[in-house]
Design a protein around this ligand. Structure first.
Ligand SMILES: Cc1cc2nc3c(=O)[nH]c(=O)nc-3n(C[C@H](O)[C@H](O)[C@H](O)COP(=O)(O)OP(=O)(O)OC[C@H]3O[C@@H](n4cnc5c(N)ncnc54)[C@H](O)[C@@H]3O)c2cc1C
Length: 498
């Protein structure tokens, strides 16, 4: 199967027998990207329709933790006593985006991070100025601010000065997407944006290469919507489309927990391919195995079937997940000693079964079927390094270096297929400029077509470097950029003709 097999072929204007509705900017998808785009387009004076396949708008953004990656000295950072610098944030995010980074998008995102924070608060989003100091998947209380990636972990700690940049809209626990989308949706509706639910976009309508609307299914009927200025695809990722995942991103196919809403089926990407759009970075995505909480597990070691460590165990859970799914047929164990047994009143978040226990290291080694002496050697080196507060092999931060020398021992099984959670979502999408304009394979702009959020390849590009907050930060910010561009298009065309 080649990429073209995933195209939702476009419809020629000649076969459209009448418009169901018309507007200036037509948006597919009422999640974080689509609604942010709608707000900006409406503010720019455009009439806006959003087509939403679900019965309620919100998308994956609404069910997300809601962390948004912002820095450079936001009011929340400053109120919590943290200084930050836009250049430090840029250096970090460029590395976090990995070898496929789009430097122009990273630059624009960082340069406008304070403005984006301000924009979100103007839509009613509240960030409680409180810092949560521990490693966790989200702030468990109402605190807004936490460190959400690899900022303090080697090698990222060598690229940029760490700062906490994850901002969660105020709510208790892992539900920041709810207040975020409630506020964005209220703001959009207040500005006159029309959101049509139970409307599934199927194809673009083109006049030559120009995109002028969308065919959508509503009540089992195909209806045609005309966009006078621009059509914007913001229909989310494709982690729920098994065929697309296997074709484009086989590493993610080893995951067992698709992180998304049921409409994360790549419709928008396929519609964009049908209009002549190229895709980018389709192979990569988020791979999370949440080995913390409990945060005490950062003091554990993680070994593979050779009995050797392979990573600094203070990394973000996505970096560990990526390392494991790089070699999904290996065996992986998290090893603790009796000092950590007290945290086991609740099972680890990652769903890891116990793989073995031992009164001695040798006994545990035998239970795990590791090569004789391997785990003993690994622990000897690790414990010596921990006492000297210097991880000579993988540079784990000294604050997590605690000797594992108090038997008995226990091992949790992180091996894919044995019960461990590997949550995945996609990063790839249509190739776009920072303005949201969709590009063809030879980098030509498709007139009238825009994409944002997980319908496009944006800020997050690399499993190994991902930080929580990059996705919603990207979706809301570049959604805004695309909405502004689409709203400005007709004016620009008129200006060019004068
Ligand atoms: C549980 C969970 C937790 C997460 N936590 C975080 C976090 O804390 N921070 C972070 O940065 N990221 C997080 N993410 C990822 C992040 O939520 C998404 O990457 C991001 O919100 C995507 O935004 P979007 O606007 O592109 O898509 P969405 O918000 O999913 O919006 C797309 C919309 O398009 C609609 N749609 C799809 N197909 C069609 C169609 N054919 N016609 C019309 N409508 C259609 C969908 O129904 C949906 O409403 C999390 C994701 C999940 C699932």
């Amino acid at each position: 199967m080649n990429d073209a097999a995933f195209s939702a072929a476009s419809i020629d204007l000649a076969s459209v027998d009448g418009w169901h509705a018309e507007c200036d900017v037509l948006i597919v998808g009422g999640g974080g990207a689509g609604i942010s785009a709608a707000i900006e387009a409406a503010d720019a004076g455009a009439s806006v329709i959003v087509l939403e396949a679900a019965s309620e708008a919100g998308g994956s953004t609404a069910i997300a933790g809601g962390l948004i990656y912002m820095g450079g000295g936001t009011p929340t950072q400053l109120a919590c006593g943290f200084e930050d610098d836009i250049e430090e944030m840029y250096n970090y995010l460029l590395q976090a985006a990995g070898p496929g980074a789009d430097p122009a998008k990273v630059r624009l995102y960082c340069d406008r991070t304070l403005e984006h924070y301000d924009w979100l608060t103007r839509q009613g989003v509240v960030f409680k100025p409180e810092y949560y100091p521990h490693k966790h998947t989200n702030t468990p209380n109402e605190a807004a601010l936490m460190t959400t990636g690899n900022e303090e972990a080697w090698p990222y700690s060598t690229y940029a000065r760490p700062a906490p940049r994850g901002h969660k809209p105020q709510i208790k626990g892992d539900h920041g997407g709810i207040p975020l989308m409630q506020n964005l949706l209220r703001s959009a509706r207040d500005k006159g944006v029309r959101i049509i639910c139970d409307a599934r976009a199927l194809n673009v309508i083109q006049r030559g290469s120009e995109v002028i609307g969308i065919a959508a299914r509503i009540d089992m009927q195909v209806r045609y919507f005309r966009a006078r200025r621009g059509t914007l695809l913001a229909a989310g990722g494709f982690i729920l489309n098994r065929a697309m995942v296997e074709h484009f991103a086989p590493r993610l196919a080893h995951g067992n927990y698709p992180n998304g809403n049921p409409n994360d089926t790549g419709d928008g990407i396929r519609i964009g391919i049908g209009a002549g759009g190229a895709v980018a970075n389709m192979h990569d995505g988020f791979i999370c195995t949440p080995f913390y909480p409990p945060r005490q597990f950062l003091e554990a070691i993680i070994v593979d079937e050779t009995g050797n460590r392979f990573i600094n165990e203070d990394v973000y859970h996505g970096r560990l997940g990526a390392a494991i799914l790089d070699r999904p047929d290996g065996r992986y164990y998290l090893i603790i000693d009796s000092r950590h047994f007290s945290v086991l009143e609740r099972p680890p978040m990652g769903g890891y079964p116990v793989a073995g226990t031992g009164e001695t290291v040798e006994e545990l080694e035998r239970e795990l079927h590791l090569p004789q002496g391997a785990l003993t050697r690994t622990l000897d080196t690790y414990n010596r390094d921990a006492r000297e507060a210097e991880d000579s092999l993988f540079h784990k931060h000294a604050k997590y270096l605690v000797p594992l020398d108090e038997p008995p021992y226990a091992a949790f099984d992180l091996t894919p297929g044995n019960g461990a959670i590997f949550a995945t979502m996609t990063f790839g999408g249509l190739d776009t400029l920072p303005t949201g304009e969709v590009l063809t394979a030879d980098k030509q702009i498709i007139p009238g077509l825009y994409a944002a959020g997980r319908n496009s390849a944006g800020l997050p590009r690399c499993a190994e470097g991902y930080s929580s907050g990059m996705s919603i930060g990207d979706a809301t910010f570049f959604g805004r950029m695309a909405g502004l561009s689409a709203a400005a298009r007709r004016l620009r065309i008129r200006h060019e003709q004068e």
